[in-house]
Design a protein around this ligand. Structure first.
Ligand SMILES: [Zn+2]
Length: 188
């Protein structure tokens, strides 16, 4: 299901446009305001050497059940896969929120989007209130899910400014979620 044009290799660096990080965090937090966990997916392209670039976010309709969030209507996942195939992308990463601590539950392990090694799962604590830098990252390996630490510390996500404005003498970006904790690719 996942493989489109390339095998997904373990991702060490995920380049993410700032507009996507902002939109996804906003989406995740919105459900949190109603006390609900929320889900998102990112697709994009592996660039080789353990680097991949995110080009699209999917914010599915979901519903809160006891202790976990489920994605409504499997057709929207099939439709997502259609879009991903159409653009020769791969689904690289899933993201979801927890009410309190971020961890990968047994439900998260079993209910992941794919069983393809290399796939990433980010879990944001406190309904995403701390942004992406507070997320715990997990990578699917042949031996199961591996915890790869907190996004603020592990350098996994590198947010780059995809919208710049001219600030008098230089191109500048608006502030992003991860600017304090990760390198801003190509930016100041
Ligand atoms: Zn979970």
């Amino acid at each position: 299901v996942l493989a489109v044009t390339a095998e997904l290799e373990p991702i060490e660096t995920l380049l993410v446009p700032a507009t996507i990080t902002q939109a996804t965090v906003t989406h995740l937090r919105l459900a949190g305001r109603a006390g609900c966990e929320e889900f998102a997916f990112w697709s994009g392209h592996p660039l080789g050497g353990g680097v991949a670039v995110v080009t699209r976010a999917f914010h599915p309709n979901s519903s809160q059940e006891y202790g976990h969030v489920t994605v409504d209507d499997p057709n929207q996942i099939l439709a997502m896969i259609d879009v991903v195939h159409e653009h020769d992308e791969l689904v690289l990463c899933q993201l979801h929120t927890h009410p309190k601590e971020a961890f990968h539950s047994s439900v998260d392990d079993r209910g992941a989007f794919t069983d393809e090694p290399g796939f990433l799962s980010l879990v944001l604590p406190t309904f995403g209130s701390g942004g992406l830098s507070s997320a715990q990252a997990y990578r699917l390996t042949a031996d199961g899910w591996q915890h790869v630490g907190c996004v603020a510390d592990n350098g996994l996500l590198q947010v780059f400014s995809d919208v710049l404005y001219y600030g008098g003498d230089a191109w500048q970006s608006t502030d992003t979620e991860l600017e304090q904790s990760t390198t801003l690719v190509g930016g100041a």
